[in-house]
Design a protein around this ligand. Structure first.
Ligand SMILES: *Cc1c(COP(=O)(O)O)cnc(C)c1O
Length: 386
């Protein structure tokens, strides 16, 4: 049988090995070392921001952004329900609660839904947005750049301004993309990346905040480093040990050198699937909104009819030794968030269990992708999808 083709695996090699060897030769393997600062700079540069703050995970980058913007207990944060649960967890870690909303056809936070919910439930009091049903402050919105595609930030920022909300972008897999030609960092108060193993680039594990508000960014750095006031053991608040290690940053710096090639590979993979499935009845492409570039973090297709079970399709592909998976189950359907307030979820509920993700590693060869395509078409025939 041919080798198993996995969904999304790291693509590391000699450049990463060289940087790791340098860490060991220089004896900088922990949370201090030149690669951490270098990665922060590289991420800020590519995002069009003045600063970057590294963390040990993307979840921590989101959590620290909220804390650095003074968001916490008794606050609500607007979040699309269609996201990975880590976005909601970061909000809960800060003490705040997600206020869950629907997505648009582009699978990102729907500006009309947000505006409607705010108009119906909120009032501005003393410069703050107050949610009348609970009396809580609505402090921020956290758009998610689903599949590495930015949300409609010009519409969302207009709403944020009108309602005095901060913006924290969950750009976990969206490093390197742009909105109307401008890098994404300038479209939110804080923009957060993840360097987990299945993301566009990886550090093994890790995260990064980028932003232009240097007071906020310095506070984020302070919080991630035990809120220590140098030179000795003085600390001015309850901080966190959320630092990235030099080993992780060394891998990340090497990956940043390959980002352009990775983005080309991801986009080529997306295009090859779309072309191969263009004439296949019963399935449609992932969305590709105009004016916004995408990392095409994941590729795959959507069943038009929910009667076709994604799990059945994945079993068929598994039998061909190919990994295929469903995508995010919405947050409002998850046990830990059963008490989080949520609005109309028509789009989210009709979409989420029709999505199939297919192998899309940057190292996926053309012949392996051909095998995935052939087996997908065969499985669709076997399932009677038309
Ligand atoms: C991966 C991911 C995260 C969390 O990142 P970690 O580095 O795994 O903590 C958050 N949000 C989204 C949308 C993600 O895809």
């Amino acid at each position: 049988m041919s080798d198993r083709i996995l969904l999304a695996i790291p693509n590391v090699g000699d450049a990463e090995a060289r940087n790791l060897k340098a860490c060991i030769d220089e004896n900088f393997v922990s949370t201090v070392g030149r690669f951490v600062g270098e990665l922060e700079e590289k991420c800020a540069d590519i995002s069009g921001t003045s600063m970057g703050v590294a963390t040990a995970a993307g979840t921590q980058a989101l959590h620290m952004s909220l804390r650095a913007l003074n968001i916490g207990a008794d606050d609500l944060v607007i979040l699309p329900s269609f996201t990975f649960i880590a976005s909601a967890n970061a909000i809960r870690h800060s003490g705040a609660m997600p206020w869950l909303m629907d997505i648009s056809n582009d699978w990102t936070l729907c500006p009309e839904a947000v505006s409607r919910a705010l108009e119906a439930n909120c009032t501005i009091e003393n410069g703050q947005c107050i949610h009348r049903p609970t009396g809580k402050r609505v402090a921020a919105m956290m758009p998610v750049y689903t599949l590495g595609t930015p949300a409609d930030m010009s519409a969302l920022n207009a709403i944020a301004k009108r309602w005095h909300l901060k913006t924290i972008a969950d750009a976990a897999a969206a490093i390197g993309v742009s909105i109307a030609g401008a890098p994404i960092g300038e479209f939110a108060d804080a923009t957060c990346y993840s360097f987990n193993g299945n993301k566009t680039i990886t550090c093994g594990g890790g995260g990064m905040i980028v932003g232009n508000d240097e007071t906020m960014m310095k506070r984020a750095k302070h919080l991630t480093t035990t809120a220590r006031v140098p030179p000795n053991y003085d600390h001015d608040e309850v901080g966190y040990n959320y630092r990235m290690t030099n080993l992780e940053a060394a891998v990340g710096c090497a990956q940043m050198g390959k980002l352009d090639d990775f983005l080309i590979a991801k986009q080529r993979i997306r295009k090859a699937y779309n072309t191969a499935f263009a004439d296949r009845a019963g399935i449609v492409d992932f969305p590709a909104p105009a004016e916004r570039t995408s990392t095409c973090w994941f590729s795959g297709f959507v069943f038009e009819d929910p009667k076709h079970a994604v799990s059945t399709f994945c079993e068929h592909l598994n039998a061909y030794n190919i990994e295929a998976r469903p995508f995010w189950k919405p947050v409002h359907l998850q046990v830990p968030y059963k008490d989080a307030p949520y609005e109309d979820m028509s789009k989210t509920e009709s979409l989420w269990n029709r999505i199939v993700t297919l192998p899309c590693s940057t190292s996926l060869s053309a012949s392996d992708q051909d095998r995935v395509i052939e087996c997908t078409l065969r499985a669709l025939d076997e399932m009677g999808v038309s």
